[in-house]
Design a protein. Sequence first.
Length: 78
Amino acid sequence: MRVRHRAKIISIAQRLGASVEAVWIDTPLDVAIERNAARTPDKVVPTPAIVAVAQQFEEPTAAEGFNHVAVFDGGRWL
């Protein structure tokens, strides 16, 4: 998801007085494609769709208005 898409959600949450937290599961593209290939045929996502989403993704940051950004990277929280 891109920053501009999250901005609308963050703004609504802030207006309502909610804490805004991001949880980012940082998975390398090659790992995501490998895991997708291991799915049952009815659950497989087309690889071009995975690549397209990965290319559009923008890392969440506190500067966007998140109270906290939690990153899970390779089996550990950063």
